[in-house]
Ligand binder design. Structure first.
Ligand code: PEP
Length: 248
């Protein structure tokens, strides 16, 4: 992985008016930036994000994708629909969806498959809860979550992005130390190496309270290729500072 990737996850935040300022500020701040930058916005704002970003360096992503191709699935948004709006990335298996929408490892693997089939890069989130970490289960949990995606998508696994997001660090202000994050990233890299000849092509992002103050030390780790940023992606100045930290 040579080019870092920074992805913002707005979650269920925003309004047409507020987004306009944020999108313009981020897009304008990307001139001359070497890394790839994407924002995963709520589905109703995809068209707005696509319009503001067109011609600029900002890529657009979705926060979820249906496990179904089309049909009677009220409220769902298919990968093909996302593709219509120029979506390049789709987050799948975010811990909030696993927790609040009971998404299973199999659901996540199928969603990744739908995204890949539509030419969208799935950002597959894995991560342990605090209880799992304290029980010494971090490795087994993340390996199980990633194994499901590898099993279903083995032939094109080098086209995914993986985000290690310890659940206890998401939105809590608690960040994994660079050493803790690197340890899990190295494990994920070796798991991917058993599934593809080119594990280095797969961007491994760290997510969990990344901010301008801690970004550089996390991003300096050997197997951390970028970040998935929640709260700090809602302020252009903070998000752009994280983008700038990729250059250190
Ligand atoms: C996330 O939601 O993916 C995330 C990492 O959130 P935060 O940066 O706010 O912890």
């Amino acid at each position: 992985m040579t080019r870092k990737l920074i992805v913002g996850n707005w979650k269920m935040n925003g309004s047409l008016a507020a987004n306009q300022d944020l999108l313009h500020a981020v897009n304008a701040g990307l001139a001359g930036v070497a890394c790839q930058v994407a924002l995963c916005v709520p589905a109703p704002y995809l068209a707005q994000a696509q319009m503001v970003s067109s011609g600029g360096g900002l890529l657009i992503g979705a926060q979820d994708v249906s496990a179904h191709a089309e049909g009677a699935f009220t409220g769902e948004v298919s990968a093909a629909m996302l593709r219509d709006f120029g979506v390049r990335f789709a987050i799948v298996g975010h811990s909030e969806r696993r927790q609040y929408h009971a998404e299973t490892d199999t659901d996540v693997a199928t969603k990744a498959q739908r995204a890949l089939a539509a030419g969208i890069t799935p950002i597959v989130c894995v991560g342990e809860t605090l209880a799992q970490r304290e029980a010494g289960q971090t490795h087994s949990v993340v390996k199980r979550q990633l194994a499901a995606v590898i099993h279903t998508n083995g032939h094109c696994i080098s086209e995914i992005v993986v985000a290690y997001e310890p659940v206890w660090a998401i939105g809590t202000g608690k960040t994994a130390t660079p050493a803790q994050a690197q340890e899990v990233h190295a494990l994920l890299r070796s798991q991917l190496a058993a599934a593809t000849d080119h594990p280095e092509r797969i961007a491994l992002l760290y997510g969990g309270s990344m901010n301008p103050a801690n970004a550089a030390s996390l991003l300096a780790q050997t197997d951390i290729d970028g970040g998935l940023i929640g709260g700090a992606s809602l302020k252009a100045v903070d998000f752009l500072a994280i983008v700038a930290a990729t250059a250190h």
